[in-house]
Design a protein around this ligand. Structure first.
Ligand code: ADP
Ligand code: MG
Length: 157
């Protein structure tokens, strides 16, 4: 699977990249986010939310598993499955994956078998205090198109 690699040199650049992505996503899109604590998963999700026009502040959904944000171009379903104890337990994820909004899943590998096969996997790696390497792996033609467009935009800006 081809990977698309982006480097951001500040939190603002990560927000900007996520905002660009937010303009390309459609209803029922699924994005996964992996990365160590402090890598920038929440920062990335904040960028997605603000790009969708969601006014509410996005924070980590650690204690709730799923948070819904409405009022933007599309609803945003923000999942953090870190506390899911049984990887095969059906907590109704599918309704979100196929819902009217876009779903962002943090720690997605913990529920790997429940994830849709078409999705965009995003990994954020700490490089130094202000630099992150962001790797996107698209599964399915829709997400491949998104990655190509995102790469073209990053080159031209
Ligand atoms: P996570 O949700 O993965 O634990 P957060 O998004 O909460 O991470 O925190 C990332 C921290 O790293 C923030 O304090 C942010 O300001 C800082 N940071 C520094 N450089 C970057 C960058 N290039 N991209 C994203 N965050 C960055
Ligand atoms: Mg976080």
């Amino acid at each position: 699977m081809e990977e698309y690699v982006f480097f951001t040199k500040s939190a603002e650049e990560t927000l900007k990249l996520a905002k660009k992505l937010s303009e390309m996503v459609e209803k029922s899109d699924v994005l996964t986010l992996e990365g160590d604590l402090g890598a920038g998963k929440t920062t990335f999700t904040k960028g997605l939310a603000s790009g969708l026009g969601i006014k509410k502040n996005v924070n980590s959904p650690t204690f709730t598993i799923i948070k819904e944000y409405k009022g933007g171009r599309l609803p945003l379903y923000h999942m953090d499955v870190y506390r899911v104890e049984d990887a095969d337990e059906d907590l109704g994820f599918d309704e979100y994956f196929h819902g009217d909004g876009i779903t962002v899943v943090e720690w997605a590998h913990l529920i790997e078998d429940q994830l849709p096969s078409d999705r965009l996997d995003i990994q954020i790696f700490y490089v130094d205090d202000s630099t992150r390497k962001i790797t996107m792996t698209p599964y399915g033609s829709h997400y491949i198109d998104i990655c190509k467009e995102l790469r073209n935009e990053s080159i031209s800006n």
